[in-house]
Write a protein that binds this ligand. Structure first.
Ligand SMILES: [Zn+2]
Length: 405
């Protein structure tokens, strides 16, 4: 994949060097390039981390190709839990640590987000590099360093390492279950609100902002919206575009070494729901599916906020309040420019992403998350500010969220 000129510009502006970014091959048949790459790196023994589905989709074939090239390959198939799911938790991390042979030179993550997070963590701890082989265009985290893990039943993101290379084969990606592709699309649509929240945090809380990074993320978002039809069909063209957008968003996070452009209030809601599901031992939902739904809720909330806010009556007098008043015109303008949540819901539906009812997230949980999710991260977002100045609980109903009741 050719890196866009904006990505090159961004690396110029940051300490990270171009040769520290993963090598990326995104095309049809890129799986076949892996043995050659491994040989050039002088790796002899490779461990593939899979689950039952991804072993069938790509892992078994990749192992054969590596062995055919005269190298050694071992598969570690992650064991699923009683929900039939693999989680990035102690059990999976320990399985990889225990089963990785001592003479292994590199790991390959063959799968979607969770398998990448497990591999990324173990790669860092075992001090051997890892290669990314996504089997679905489902998240934007393939190239990032952050590994969201479930430790002692709680979700926490640990900074680990990024892959040395990504081999994304569009033939494999386009055969992934539609729900995974739709989740990738949902994760991209989340940028509508994550970008706005980044802007708000810059204007109100003086957090660092980078216009080039924002522009790259906007470009990715626009491309995906324009190609929603192709993505919905899972055509190779649509998948290529979606994957390119997901990879670029991940690269931005990697270069800036923080996730602000790609994660705002919508991700906080999604994390809150995830933690609630964990607490109740319920099956996990796809990250991007939650983000898509949460983005629509956040848009509704922000639009309502901008209509009802009374700048003269804000309950606290401090720098945040001063900054909010000073920059409100710009913030309001950006909120006005957000698409209508209803349009976004239809677009998500078009690619097969679930609605809030489809996710089976209760109104009560959404309401609780609207009031509490801002506490999860020490970040200034619209959601944080609404909570900061609210006089009553934020209420929520599936049909129309209201700020206060
Ligand atoms: Zn995300």
């Amino acid at each position: 994949m050719k890196l866009s000129k904006e990505i090159l510009k961004l690396t110029d502006e940051h300490p990270i060097k171009l040769n520290q970014l993963p090598e990326i091959e995104l095309k049809q048949g890129s799986l076949k390039s892996i043995p050659e790459y491994i040989k050039n790196k002088n790796f002899k023994h490779i461990v593939l981390i899979t689950d039952a589905n991804t072993e069938e989709a790509a892992g078994a074939r990749l192992k054969e190709e590596i062995i055919k090239a005269g190298l050694q390959a071992t598969i570690i198939q992650l064991i699923s839990n009683h929900h039939g799911q693999v989680n990035a938790d102690e059990t999976s991390l320990m399985q990889v640590m225990v089963e990785t042979p001592v003479d292994s030179d590199a790991l390959i993550a063959v799968g979607a987000g969770t398998i990448h997070d497990i591999t990324r963590f173990c790669s860092e701890k075992l001090s051997i590099p890892f290669i990314s082989v996504p089997t679905a265009a489902s998240v934007d985290g393939f190239t990032s360093k952050g590994a969201p893990l479930i430790l002692r039943g709680k979700k926490q993101t640990i900074q680990t390492c990024s892959p040395i290379a990504v081999f994304a084969d569009t033939e494999i990606l386009s055969k992934a279950p539609m729900a995974l592709t739709a989740a990738g699309f949902g994760d991209i649509l989340g940028k509508f609100t994550s970008l706005l929240d980044w802007r708000i945090s810059h204007l109100v809380a003086n957090e660092p902002y980078n216009a080039t990074a924002a522009q790259i993320t906007i470009n990715s978002l626009e491309k995906c919206i324009n190609y929603a039809d192709e993505i919905a069909k899972s055509s190779e063209e649509g998948i290529l575009l979606l994957m390119e957008a997901l990879i670029e968003s991940g690269l931005v996070m990697l270069i800036l070494n923080f996730s602000r452009p790609a994660s705002g209030g919508e991700h906080h809601l999604s994390h809150y729901w995830e933690m609630d599901l964990l607490k109740n031992d319920a099956p996990q939902l796809l990250h991007g599916a939650k983000v898509g739904v949460a983005t629509c809720i956040i848009i509704d909330l922000y639009k309502k906020w901008s209509e009802t806010i009374n700048l003269g009556l804000l309950s606290k007098e401090d720098t945040y309040t001063e900054n909010l008043r000073e920059h409100w015109k710009e913030i309001k303008q950006e909120i006005d420019q957000l698409p209508e949540a209803q349009w976004l819901r239809l677009t998500l539906e078009q690619v097969g992403a679930p609605s809030i009812e489809g996710l089976n997230i209760s109104e009560e949980l959404v309401k609780r998350s609207l009031n509490e999710a801002w506490k999860l991260r020490d970040r200034c977002t619209g959601l944080f500010l609404i909570n900061r100045y609210k006089e009553n609980e934020i209420s929520f109903s599936v049909h129309s969220p209201f700020l206060e009741k």
